[in-house]
Structure formats: C-alpha cells, structure tokens
Design a binder for this molecule. Structure first.
Ligand SMILES: Nc1ncnc2c1ncn2[C@@H]1O[C@H](COP(=O)(O)OP(=O)(O)O)[C@@H](O)[C@H]1O
Ligand SMILES: [Mg+2]
Length: 233
C-alpha cells in the first residue's frame, strides 16, 4: 500500500448542551504519499474538523484513521504527540508564531521538541536552511511583529518543514493574506510537493484549490463524489 493517510467511514459528532453537530459523516478517503490534495468547501462544511482528525489533533467519534497503514484509534496521547512531532507539519491561517521568539527560534522549536538531534549547532544550521528555503534567512533575527503577514506565514512553513516530516497539513494558509502574497505561499507548498512532501491544504477558494493534484469537495460534513476532470481528453 502506498497511502500515507486513509479514512474509513469517519464521523465526528460534537455534543454541546444537548445539541449534536454532525461535523463529519461517513468520510472515506485515501491520500497517496507525495500527493498534493486540496479540501474545498464552504465555511462550516467540516474541512478543519477533517484536517484536525487527519493530523491527530482531534479524534473521530466513528470510523478509523490509518496513518502509514497503522490504525490510530488505539494510540495513546503521547503516541499521537510523537507521530505529530516527527511525521507531521502544520500551517494555520493565523500563522501561530510565538511573538516573544525570533523567526529562527520559532523554526527551531520542533527540533527542540525532538531533543535537538545532532546538537545545537547542527539544528541552528538546519533551521537557517529552512528559513532560506522560504527566502527569509535574512530575517532570522526578526520577531513576528517585525514581519509582514506573508513573511510570518513563510516562517510558519519553515517551522512546519524543519523536522522534514513526510506530510504537511495547511488550514486556509492564505486566508489572512492578499492574493499575490497568498499565491507565493501556495507556490512554496507546491515546491514542497515537488520535493516529495505530501501536502493537504484546506481552502474555501476554488481557484486556489486548483494548484493541487486532486481536490476533495465537502458539503455539510460529507465528501462529495469525485467529479470527472472535464479537461481530460
Ligand atoms: N469544537 C466544536 N464544538 C462544537 N461544534 C463544532 C466544533 N468545531 C466545529 N464545530 C462545528 O462543526 C461544523 C464543521 O466545522 P469546521 O470543521 O470548523 O468547518 P470549516 O472548517 O469547513 O469551516 C460546524 O457546524 C461547526 O460549527
Ligand atoms: Mg475551518
């Protein structure tokens, strides 16, 4: 099997004050290693819930998630954290950088969590390389407040990839950026895919979703059947 992520009949019900929200219903899908998949749907259709479940940040109430063909339901919290830290990178709409840290120290964080493999200097080099990869090595000593939104998101991408995870999850990564800056950020995700990283990107923007190899469409918590590619001969 070549899939990195597989979902079988995944459901997620939120219960609050006797109100049940079926955020996901019977979602089955498979993502191959190295694929760039976009998840497209309106606000409230369940995209973030789906991404959080695939990224082991949330648990399904039904069905099963397989990561690299391993069922994840029986993972302990620390196993889940371990898989996230070593195998997954995350990029969010709001960047989520730590304001008190420089760009370099933000990018170093995942390596600190991993216990600085190879030593401090090797990790600093690697973090600087990750910043170089997003064109921001000259901003290594800047704090997030000294950077534009697009620059902050590029730092967040460097942080997501510094531990070289096989898969990156991005939830509306361009949602807080103007369209030109957003296109740059998506270009970086596209380049990561060219280098072999699996990318899963949530968006409500149909045009943006076209950069992906494949688009999954969501409506009211369900995955819509794949539409045949009209451009195909
Ligand atoms: N923690 C939560 N508690 C209760 N309901 C939630 C929670 N998270 C999401 N939902 C609900 O689940 C549905 C899907 O939400 P979400 O996955 O955030 O959609 P999207 O990312 O497509 O905008 C919405 O109806 C939302 O209100
Ligand atoms: Mg969302």
């Amino acid at each position: 099997m070549n899939s990195i992520i597989r979902l079988e009949n995944v459901g997620r019900v939120f219960e609050a004050r006797h109100v049940h929200t079926h955020a996901l219903q019977e979602v089955s899908l498979e993502i191959a290693r190295g694929e760039f998949v976009s998840i497209l749907g309106k606000s409230g259709s369940g995209k973030s819930t789906l991404l959080y479940i695939m990224g082991l940040l949330d648990l399904p109430t039904d069905g099963e998630l397989f990561f690299l063909d391993r069922p994840t339901r029986t993972f302990t919290a620390s196993q889940r954290a371990q898989v996230r830290a070593t195998q997954m990178g995350f990029v969010f709409q709001t960047f989520n950088l730590i304001g008190e840290l420089t760009a370099l120290d933000n990018v170093l964080l995942p390596l600190r969590f991993a216990g600085m493999p190879g030593g401090v200097q090797a990790c600093q080099r690697r973090a600087l390389e990750a910043l170089e990869g997003v064109g921001l090595d000259h901003r290594a000593d800047h704090h997030p407040s000294q950077l534009s939104g697009g620059q902050q998101q590029r730092v967040a991408i460097a942080r997501a990839v510094v531990a070289r995870p096989p898969i990156i999850f991005a939830d509306e990564p361009t949602g807080n950026l103007d369209s030109a800056t957003g296109a740059d950020v998506v270009g970086i995700l596209r380049a990561l895919r060219q280098q072999g990283t699996t990318v899963v990107m949530v968006t409500h923007d149909e045009a943006l979703s076209r950069v992906a190899d494949r688009t999954l469409r969501m409506h009211d918590g369900r995955l819509l059947p794949a539409v045949p590619d009209c451009g195909a001969a």
